[in-house]
Design a protein around this ligand. Structure first.
Ligand code: SF4
Ligand SMILES: [Zn+2]
Length: 366
């Protein structure tokens, strides 16, 4: 896949470990019944940052047969447990359309009556542009429906690089002439070594740059996912890696960067290391440090920074000392920063916890 085999020879033991963890987790998983396949994994509406304003997101997560990279002999990414939500069998085009319709019909009236503008996101815990996950007929059905809703000012899908081909871009452009489109790419870091040896992503930066160029030619925006604190990294290394990545992506003029602090998902190598006390999810302080270190307010005129961490404030997600007030205050700061895109929100006086001192003295770095 992707012709980047040079990156796989070093991390054979990691791939073997990922594969054996996945195999064990899949054996224990309950098999999904037919009725589950007719419904999406989930869907919701919530406040979100649009390009020019604060608005709302309508997100649908489809249940597909799962990420092809994750199902391949390469084992998938070391922090990704999405394969447990996948069906692992064929999901027909009709079933995918039924899942979409179920969520769409449930929310569309509320959306049309809402005074806010919306961003529409559709994910499938893999690549929306992979024909094996979401066939063309299902994609086109969704494009057709979404393109007609005036309220949706932005449309976001996600895909691995290898599926972002000229044909797929031509196809999407046929349906959308006015809406702002963004394709989200899990680059995770600009560092090829970290990405391919610690995360097992199977993606090289040079390919990302050519895809970025191609997307610019089609006037399609790029949203990059960065992973804060991949497995095998300590707090300081994680801050450095993430700030270098942000700086590089600012130079390359990407449209949005979404920072995902690692959260411990079930059935992953990250969970295995965490159980053994060899990994701790990042501190909120590190995320804030990284943002302040790598960005200026000027940068945020042309770039949107997003972060809506899963499991935030819990032991499996980004957290500080787990004291309730400390976690709530950190989550609020992050949310206000994302909604306003104003870096000074990260310094707002709120609850100051004693754990900050310990953190600053590097007594907590692991
Ligand atoms: S993180 Fe993305 S590319 Fe990696 S295994 Fe999960 S769904 Fe696939
Ligand atoms: Zn604290």
């Amino acid at each position: 896949m992707n012709g980047n085999n040079t990156f796989f020879k070093d991390n054979k033991p990691i791939v073997e470990k990922i594969n054996s963890i996945r195999w064990e987790a899949l054996k224990k998983r309950i098999k999904y019944g037919l009725e589950v396949i007719e419904r999406p994994i989930s869907f919701w509406i919530k406040e979100d940052r649009l390009r020019e304003e604060i608005g709302k997101e309508f997100t649908i997560i489809l249940r597909s047969k799962g990420c092809s990279w994750g199902a391949s002999e390469h084992g998938g990414c070391s922090m990704c447990g999405y394969y447990l939500d996948a069906v692992n069998e064929e999901v027909s085009t009709t079933q995918l359309i039924n899942q979409f319709d179920y969520a769409y019909n449930n929310k569309i009236n509320e959306i049309k009556q809402d005074p806010h503008n919306y961003i529409f996101k559709i994910y499938n815990s893999g690549s929306f542009l992979d024909e094996n996950e979401i066939p063309q007929e299902a994609r086109n059905y969704i494009y057709e429906k979404i393109s007609k809703v005036e309220k949706f000012k932005e449309f976001v899908i996600e895909s691995r690089l290898e599926y972002i081909t000229v044909e797929k871009l031509e196809e999407i452009r046929e349906f959308f002439d006015k809406k702002y489109l963004e394709i989200a790419i899990g680059l995770e870091t600009v560092d090829d070594y970290i990405r391919n040896n610690y995360i097992n992503k199977g993606v090289v930066f040079k390919d990302f740059k050519s895809t970025l160029q191609r997307l610019k030619e089609y006037n399609i925006g790029v949203r990059v996912y960065l992973l804060l604190k991949p497995p095998f990294m300590n707090e300081q290394a994680a801050i450095d890696d993430c700030s270098q990545s942000i700086k590089k992506l600012v130079e390359l003029n990407v449209n949005s960067i979404s920072i995902n602090p690692l959260n411990i998902q079930k059935g992953t190598l990250a969970e295995y290391l965490w159980f053994q006390n060899r990994y701790r999810p990042p501190w909120f302080y590190s995320l804030f440090k990284c943002l302040k270190k790598s960005l200026t307010q000027e940068n945020l005129k042309n770039l949107r920074i997003l972060s809506d961490p899963s499991g935030a404030g819990t032991k499996r997600g980004i957290h500080n000392c787990l004291k309730r007030e400390c976690e709530i205050s950190a989550k609020e700061r992050l949310k206000h920063f994302v909604l306003s895109q104003d870096l000074s929100e990260l310094d707002q006086n709120g609850y100051e916890c004693t754990c900050k001192k310990k953190y600053n003295l590097k007594k907590v770095f692991d």
